[in-house]
Design a protein around this ligand. Sequence first.
Ligand code: F6P
Length: 348
Amino acid sequence: MTKESKGTIGILTGGGDCPGLNAVIRAVVRRADALGYKVLGIKNGWWGLVNGVGEPLTLASIRGILPRGGTILGTSRTNPLKQEEDKKKVLANLKKMKIDYLIAVGGEDTLGVAKYLVTEGVNVVGVPKTIDNDVEGTDQTFGFDTAVSIVTEAIDRLHTTAESHQRVIVVEVMGRHTGWIATMAGLAGGADCILIPEEPKTIDEICDTLKKRHARGPQFSIVVVAEGFKLAGGYQEATKDQKLDQFGHVRLGGIGEILAEEIEDRAGFETRSTVLGHIQRGGSPTAYDRVLGIRYWVRAVDLIEQGKFGSMVCLHGGKITDMPISKALKKLKYVDTELVRTAEIFCG
Ligand code: F6P
């Protein structure tokens, strides 16, 4: 005898991928199956809803994916809100694909589209995910812990080569608007200077910090810089080019190299730069991210069960809870001042 289905849950993963997405896809399928829902995996984020592309997810299709990085569904930075025609396609495809409920996993951009769909009467629930950890509504997004671990290990490795060659090494890490990864990994890895978008500094301030340290004895330093860091005095972020993605973001990159050249010229220390880039988003998730992702998704399916649409699951003081997506997206979550001050104690 076949179980009667309570309806179909569509799942999509949008924006930059991060470790832990497969762990959560597995969790939603398991939870939905236990509660009597079917699950449809939507391909490549919002692109899949604009183009009507998805595939049924079953217990068999999710077997073995828990430790795998990336997302078996694929992802993209497609923004269906850019064109009226695409908005209509999304709504039409939701009907055509017989999706009764939708779980959107992403950062501010993906969840921004989910927020719009709520106003169109779509039964959406949001799950916050980004290695940048900048979604205001939650203490932590999954993917962040893995990225911090990867960067910390890189800083440990860079220490030995910096010390051997008596060099300054500038490590550029991800963090478009906020410096969560730089601050946490910088603290964990014992960086000598941490530069984040929230706290612009002049090149003289940076060189003074390093000169003081070298005058004290050590003849090497590690500088961790978030890609979105701006030099004080009205400078812009360093960018790869001026092209914008569909959400209006420019591709950042290059601040590490700029700083390395300036430090070598002005402070006179031999300096190298390293960009960690997408290594921070790749590979297997930490145990923490797997568990956080699983807890989010179990709650997301429960929110559907309770009819609490327009909500986003979140972590507050160690407990999984929820809040309206609209409230969660009001502003970005910047690095806590207490954390910034703590990091400063170890700089220089
Ligand atoms: O997902 C967030 C993020 O990792 C940012 O830190 C970074 O600026 C951006 O994605 C890079 O995006 P892409 O993978 O499209 O180059």
